[in-house]
Design a protein around this ligand. Structure first.
Ligand SMILES: Nc1ncnc2c1ncn2[C@@H]1O[C@H](COP(=O)(O)OP(=O)(O)OP(=O)(O)O)[C@@H](O)[C@H]1O
Ligand SMILES: [Mg+2]
Length: 256
């Protein structure tokens, strides 16, 4: 069964078609990866799915529901979480505080109940904390839980961003270049986290990634895009061997 269906999605910026008629389906429980040269439109597809951008055409169906017209916070509440290519965390807050912010879309209490700090609010806070602590354990972040983001190494901040996304209890997690800027060892760990998210947490993962060894290792299916167009779909090996994909990469190398 498809958890996410993207149908004929398009968006232009100043006359440039960044995404042009892209369609794909992500099945529940799979790791589905978008690859393609720089500027292909991969992050834009993420921004369209997470409803930061308004498509000029097309439809996004999540869990059987048309989410094309919904605001971004409603989409988070339905179970889509994401990380950003350029990590977006609150630098002057702790890991724990960032994760509690990540849970905000799951809070059941109203502002006036919070203002009065009713028993319901205290109970809710305890529950939020428990879940966040589980995420901290899952991603081995215990040594960093009370540290400020600003002082953490880059590789740890990448993991905290994933933790923040997991704290919202998503069904689908969008990872935009989870391994960019990571060392070989950190990339290895990232592969384990992604496998654990799929196998232990039962999550569906939609990823954008350039590191083809990571892509080959964790992806069930891969879609290559270039200049906003879908080029080829299949296993990582099939897509890498596709002449259109090879040509698209060679084209960008020749011009860069
Ligand atoms: N907000 C925006 N305003 C104007 N142009 C944009 C905007 N967002 C994306 N673009 C353009 O859309 C195209 C696709 O960009 P996008 O960031 O989606 O590429 P990408 O595939 O994620 O590339 P990379 O691998 O470098 O991250 C590029 O030409 C980019 O300049
Ligand atoms: Mg990008």
């Amino acid at each position: 069964m498809s958890l996410l269906q993207v149908k004929d999605l398009s968006i232009s910026f100043g006359g440039v078609k960044a995404v042009d008629g892209v369609s794909f389906e992500v099945k529940a429980g799979e790791v589905f990866t978008l690859v393609g040269p720089n500027g292909a439109g991969k992050s834009t597809i993420f921004n369209l799915i997470s409803r930061l951008y308004e498509p000029s055409a097309g439809q996004i169906i999540f869990d059987g529901q048309d989410i094309t017209g919904l605001p971004a916070h409603d989409v988070a509440g339905l179970g889509i979480a994401r990380t950003f290519q350029n990590i977006e965390l609150f630098d002057h807050s702790s890991v724990l505080q960032n994760l509690l912010i990540g849970r905000h879309c799951r809070r059941q209490t109203r502002w006036f109940e919070e203002l009065l700090f009713l028993p319901k609010v205290r109970r809710s806070e305890r529950e939020q904390r428990l879940l966040v602590e589980e995420v901290i354990d899952f991603l081995d972040l215990a040594p960093y839980r009370d540290k400020l983001i600003a002082g953490l190494p880059y590789g740890v901040r990448k993991v905290v961003e994933i933790a923040r996304a997991l704290a919202s209890e998503p069904k689908l997690i969008l990872l935009d270049e989870p391994a960019s800027g990571l060392s070989v060892e950190e990339t290895q760990n990232m592969a384990w986290w992604i496998e654990d998210m799929q196998k232990d947490l039962g999550l569906t993962v939609l990823m954008v990634e350039h590191d083809m060894s990571l892509v080959s290792r964790v992806s069930d299916r891969v879609l290559a895009v270039a200049e906003g167009h879908p080029l080829a779909m299949g296993t990582a090996a099939e897509v890498q061997a596709n002449p259109k994909v090879i040509e698209a990469y060679l084209g960008t190398e020749a011009t860069s």
